[in-house]
Design a protein around this ligand. Structure first.
Ligand code: HPA
Ligand code: ZN
Length: 334
């Protein structure tokens, strides 16, 4: 079987996907028109041509600018349904979906508007496309911890719709420790815990140590700089604490895809998986990320299947679904 066909057939789980990062330029124009917003660019092609990220911060500028067209619950519904359709088409069976409520509440869009639109898309996609998903609420780490705490409290009436919390946005100077109290409260409230430790940030390895040892997260988003601390790599292995790596994203915000590190860490027993992060900005959904691992890493189908098993293992999907997916992945080799 061709590797691209194997990737298509492989049952997949996506765990690092920002729903706002799935806003394709075409949809940006549609929503801008619907909401009476003038855009500085004339066409989707022009928007795409303007993407020239060299680091996390230059990406984030475009990312926050893009989402200004998201205003109504219908906008969030359309956005999420378009992603779930695409993901289901690539045989993603379960997605943990990040959303950034503060990026919306800070510009006057209510928490309820955001989550009710996303929720409606999730239910429809599950019923009509068979793709399961769960929402993970991210705090913006470049805002004050008090604002994150207020957002956590604001989320409590919607707790049944949110499986866990994450931490994203500009990491430089915003270590995990800044959010220790917010994470302690989130844990108390029953949320599961993850956070970004972005690639090649100042003090990356120390941030990963804080996330693991001081905060006690269940997994880490990106996090491949753990390679700099072999003892911490051992801790990840012992605790089954996985990493959600995003190869195409890495090529835009750091030097290279880090596929070599993914291979190295998987070889040492770390549960690393592959994800698309912000596919509308970085130009590739999950299958494209698997393909990059195959091309650059010169790995075989069994390695790609291992990445998918790792995603199942470290996901927060229902246990019955996890068992079903493991059996389906194994069956590909029969
Ligand atoms: N890192 C930090 N912030 C983000 C990311 C990311 O990968 N994607 C969207 N916001
Ligand atoms: Zn991310």
């Amino acid at each position: 079987m061709q590797i691209s066909e194997f990737i298509q057939q492989l049952p997949k789980v996506e765990l690092h996907l920002h729903i706002e990062g799935t806003l394709e330029p075409e949809m940006k124009f549609t929503l801008a028109e619907r909401n009476g917003i003038e855009l500085p660019h004339k066409s989707a092609a022009e928007v795409r041509a303007s993407y020239d990220f060299t680091d996390l911060s230059s990406f984030l500028t475009a990312y926050y600018d893009g989402m200004s067209v998201l205003r109504t619950a219908e906008d969030f519904y359309d956005l999420a349904l378009a992603y779930l359709r695409k993901a289901a088409g690539q045989n993603v069976r379960y997605a943990g979906i990040f959303f950034d409520p503060q990026a919306h509440t800070s510009r006057g869009v209510t928490f309820d508007t955001v989550i009710s639109g996303l929720r409606r898309a999730q239910l429809q996609a599950e019923q009509q496309l068979g793709i399961r998903s769960a929402l993970i609420m991210c705090f913006l780490r470049d805002f004050q911890a008090e604002y994150a705490m207020a957002t956590l409290l604001e989320s409590l009436p919607y707790k049944q719709w949110i499986i866990g919390v994450g931490l994203d946005s500009d990491e430089t100077g915003n270590p995990p420790a800044k959010f220790a109290a917010v994470y302690a409260r989130a844990r108390q409230e029953g949320y599961l815990l993850t956070m970004h430790c972005d690639v090649d940030i100042e003090n990356s390895a120390e941030h990963i140590r804080q996330a693991v040892e001081d905060i006690g997260v269940a997994r880490i988003d990106h996090g491949t700089n753990v390679i700099e601390n072999p003892e911490l790599v051992e801790v990840l292995v012992e605790r089954g604490l996985g990493l959600t790596s995003c190869p195409i994203s890495n090529t835009w915000v750091s030097d290279g895809s880090k596929v070599g590190l993914v291979k190295e860490l998987v070889g040492r027993g770390v549960k690393v998986c592959v994800n698309s992060d912000d596919p509308a900005y970085f130009g590739g959904y999950i299958a494209d990320n698997f393909q990059l691992v195959a091309d650059e890493g010169q790995v075989d189908n069994s390695f790609l299947a291992q990445l998918s098993r790792n995603a199942v293992d470290i996901s927060w999907a229902p246990l019955a679904l996890k068992a079903e997916l493991r059996a389906e992945i194994d069956a590909l080799f029969k």
